[in-house]
Ligand binder design. Sequence first.
Ligand code: ARG
Length: 411
Amino acid sequence: MDAKGSIDHLANPEQVQKAILLYSGGLDTSCMVKWIQEQYDAEVVALTLDLGQPDVDLDRAKQKALDLGATEAYVEDAKHEFADDYVAKAIKANAMYQGQYPLSTAIARYLVCKKAVEIAEQENADAIAHGATGKGNDQVRFESGILSLDPEIEVLAPVREWSMTRDAEIEYAESKGIDVEADEESPYSTDENLWGKSSECGPLDDPASEPPKDVFQFVTPPEEAPSEPQHVDIGFRKGVPVSLNGDEKMLYELVQELNSIAAEHGVGIIDTVEDRVVGLKSREVYECPGATTLIKAHSDLEKFCSTKHENKLKQKHDREWAEMAYNGLWFDPVTEHIEGFIDSMNQNVTGSVEVKLYKGKAAVVSRESKNALYDKKLASYEKGETFNQEASPGFIQLHSLQTKLSNRVND
Ligand code: ARG
């Protein structure tokens, strides 16, 4: 069946006049600048965001898009917005999809959607084109995100349509005068921003073999990390990190600095087989040094400052939040409702945590907070000044009552 004929949100080649292309400056999206002009006979406007990925050269990306025939190329420094509005939420939610992946690629997609819809409106464009494949999660995030924000706009996913192999794509690029850079010949498909780096494909497709060392361009392999540990002190205010080793910092700078310290100590390598939205299992390798460290620190402090009941419910909400963010549903109202709970709990999460970084491990070694419920003097819900041990047997008697009754009847 022709998908474009039956799915409303897909752009029709006869009708698209102007498309906003989510442009990274890399091989795939550079080919797309040409391909959309040729196949859709449409004007292409490129949009590139700085989300804290290293070596981003916005001017170069802009020039490259214009050289390939884009009629306009927007570049935007979105790294502080990414940190303050996306990474901060992930920290407060202790966000780890399936307990392992800090959602670094996932959360960034929604900021891209937001910016793309804004530019599309401004430019009066009728479509937004993204570079994701038809097998992954990112197509789901881009398209669900874009359509949630603007149900009228159409979407174009060239990789899903053009069915070119990697070699054919390189050949196409060369025939159009697009430079193919050395790293684009690499077997890995990667995505990177302030919150981490994702690598897939090539030798990683075999889940039975250990990732080759050349995947790790960011985090030092733990066995090569310094043999002396390093301690970092992270200050939190209402669940958000605000200082590093006593110095107040903007969240973007704090994460960036912690990324390089923790990466040096081999922290944040994650090797996992993950369940994608589309039903596939995929082998993923992540390098998320700052995220790993900050989520460990945050969840420790949060637990320290919250009741047992709060902590229990928080875990459920955190898991749901991570699912929504992973599954493309950032803009669904339920995500905001969950965030209401998360924010409310984080009102008390103020204090500091010391983390010891050593050969791939980030271990919390101390925590302090004026809101800590550990401190009995400050624990307002306790009546007596000291714990009354004589009350314990009575409590245990009632606590075990149901179990005793059941075992008496059912054995
Ligand atoms: N599996 C991860 C996710 O869905 C990472 C995807 C990264 N994309 C890439 N081109 N490597 O969020």
